[in-house]
Structures are given as structure tokens and as C-alpha cells.
Design a protein around this ligand. Structure first.
Ligand SMILES: [Zn+2]
Length: 119
């Protein structure tokens, strides 16, 4: 199943809740907790927050180009990529969440209709 915006939003909601729980667990450690417990609560919170931020970033990027799907897998999580060429031109292409990329990936912007080279 391809990743979709809907699924990504659901994942993010779960990650936000998990991060919140980890944050509360960390705050709820009683005074005098062992260093090991504090360290592991901190680590759990940090990794939960990191995952949440990763998903937030992916979602923010994908939401910029809604309503378009990858022809290979059907995912509607499309990112726009661009690369500067040696001759100062820029190549644009679309990439779906799963890494399928190419000018065939349809996007909101003209950029995704095909490779565009500007010189
Ligand atoms: Zn795809």
C-alpha cells in the first residue's frame, strides 16, 4: 500500500500522541529517580519527538502538492525536487513518498508535468 496524505496525517497524529506521552512520563519521574531511569526517559522522549518532527516535515512538504498521484504506486505524497545544472539551468522533477521519481509524476505545478530546463 502506498503512503498517502491521509495515512501520513494519521501517522503524525499517533506520533504526536506518543511524543506527548513520553514527555509526560519524563516529567512524572519522581524526584530521586535513578540516573538510568532519567536517561532512558529522556531518550524515549527525544526519539519520539524526532520521529514526530520527521513526519511533520514530510507532511508539510507533501501537502504543498495535493491532489496529484504517483503513476507508479498511486501515492499522493508528492515532493518537488530540483537540481541546479552546471550551465545554471534548473531541472525539476517530482518524487513520491516511496522515492519513485521522474517527470511522469504529476504535480500541482507546471514543474511536475515534465522535466523543465531553463537556461
Ligand atoms: Zn510512487
Amino acid at each position: 500500500m502506498p503512503m498517502t496524505l491521509k495515512k501520513l496525517r494519521r501517522e503524525l497524529a499517533k506520533a504526536e500522541a506518543a511524543s506527548e506521552r513520553a514527555s509526560q512520563a519524563r516529567a512524572a519521574l519522581p524526584p530521586g529517580s535513578t540516573r538510568a531511569r532519567v536517561t532512558s526517559a529522556n531518550a524515549r522522549w527525544a526519539s519520539a519527538a524526532e520521529y514526530r518532527d520527521l513526519l511533520r516535515g514530510q507532511l508539510a512538504e507533501a501537502e504543498q502538492h495535493p491532489g496529484h498521484t504517483c503513476p507508479e504506486c498511486g501515492s499522493d505524497c508528492i515532493k518537488i525536487r530540483s537540481r541546479q545544472l552546471d550551465n545554471d539551468g534548473t531541472v525539476w522533477w517530482g518524487e513520491c513518498y516511496h522515492g519513485h521519481e521522474g517527470p511522469d509524476v504529476r504535480s500541482a505545478d507546471q514543474a511536475l508535468d515534465d522535466f523543465r530546463r531553463t537556461t
